[in-house]
Design a protein around this ligand. Structure first.
Ligand code: SF4
Length: 372
């Protein structure tokens, strides 16, 4: 398949592996965070970590939309379905995220909740149009990639005059999460997470562009290389990061220039700004409450805001104490550091969110056996 096979070529991968080994200075180590779960998945699936020298290490970041969803937000969706009697539409991975009282959306469905899996916000809108007697809520999660389609759905609902469609908005922002990691005591004070640079997200950056990362490169002296999700993209980005570190540079470079520009998709950005505004506070799994890191629906569109329409206030809930998802999402621990990994907790029986989605670090390690 053109545009895919050429980014999975074994000979080219071996060449890049040799180039990274040659560029990496033996006397020092390199620690790079792959922010995005898509990169975590690619690194595990294609064995990229095994092609790196021992002194080049990859660290998981928090860029998996399902993983960072806190228990309290899933609880809200369950209350909407079970207590408020709405038809709740959600992406497939979200169905299996563990919630309070040993529930999940899947188990709530088994208890009689009208919970439906959809592939897009547009699908949820169709459910609302087809069922005018039901209140339909779209459980909207994800980073900047999935936010514009949610905005489109809300504007379409308004244009159609739909009175039975609303959105439980849980969209979050990538730059806020990167800031939180860079300001964390593990990185700034204790040095327990040595960080020499980031692989920047692929899909998110098609929307926000490469410009927002320039702040991190300038202020924190951390190089950022935006990379596509294919294995050669990731390896090329690692080589570019190693070279930046060797040369003492800290700038934003764009390996994924076939899809990402500095400005990003301005039309999508304007659409998001029209429908959403910043929340003062939003809780993330693993990162706790991060100021101005989530979006809420503007008051001009309040009739499509499920939090306004139904009595479901957010209540913070502690994670399962045995689950290390929080530390894994901050890059402090690896999945194998969790005592439940692969025994009590498996993709069939996930205890934490990182074992649910294919972008989750625990699921990726479990499925592909990444140990470096
Ligand atoms: Fe949580 Fe399961 Fe991962 Fe352990 S293996 S950190 S319980 S998701």
């Amino acid at each position: 398949m053109k545009y895919i096979d050429e980014f999975r070529d074994g000979d080219l991968a071996r060449g890049l592996s040799a180039a990274i080994r040659q560029a990496a200075v033996p006397a020092r180590s390199y620690h790079f965070m792959e922010f995005c779960g898509g990169h975590t998945h690619a690194i595990s699936r294609y064995g990229v970590a095994d092609l790196l020298p021992d002194n080049v290490r990859m660290i998981h970041g928090p860029g998996c939309p399902v993983c960072v969803l806190p228990v309290g937000r899933v609880d809200m969706a369950i209350r909407l379905a079970l207590d408020c009697g709405v038809t709740l539409c959600t992406y497939g991975d979200t169905l299996r995220v563990p919630a309070s009282d040993s529930l999940s959306l899947m188990k709530a469905k088994a208890r009689g909740g009208d919970i439906r899996m959809v592939y897009s916000s547009a699908d949820a809108l169709k459910v609302a149009q087809a069922n005018p007697e039901k209140q339909v809520v779209f459980f909207a999660i994800g980073f900047e990639t999935t936010t514009p389609p949610t905005a489109v759905a809300i504007k379409q609902a308004q244009a159609l005059g739909l009175k039975n469609f609303s959105v439980l908005c849980c969209h979050v922002l990538t730059p806020s999460a990167i800031s939180t990691i860079l300001e964390s005591p593990e990185v700034r004070q204790w040095g327990t997470v040595p960080l020499d640079g980031f692989i920047g997200p692929a899909h998110v950056s098609t929307i926000i562009g490469s410009q927002p990362y320039e702040f991190f490169a300038e202020e924190y002296r951390k190089p950022v290389v935006i990379a596509g999700f294919e294995p050669l993209d990731v390896m090329q980005a690692i080589l570019m990061l190693v070279k930046q570190v060797n040369e003492g540079r800290a700038v934003v470079e764009n390996e994924f220039s076939r899809a990402v520009t500095r400005e990003g998709n301005v039309k999508a950005q304007n659409l998001v700004a029209e429908v959403f505004e910043l929340r003062r506070q939003f809780e993330w799994r693993g990162l706790n409450v991060v100021p101005y890191s989530g979006l809420k629906i503007r008051k001009e569109f309040a009739e499509f805001d499920a939090e306004q329409r139904f009595p479901v206030a957010y209540v913070s809930v502690a994670d399962n104490r045995a689950c290390e998802c929080g530390a894994i999402l901050r890059g402090v621990k690896k999945p194998q550091d969790c005592k439940l990994f692969g025994t009590v907790c498996t993709p069939e029986n996930p205890v934490g969110s990182c074992m649910v989605s294919s972008e989750g670090a625990c699921a990726a390690h479990y499925t592909y056996g990444r140990y470096k």
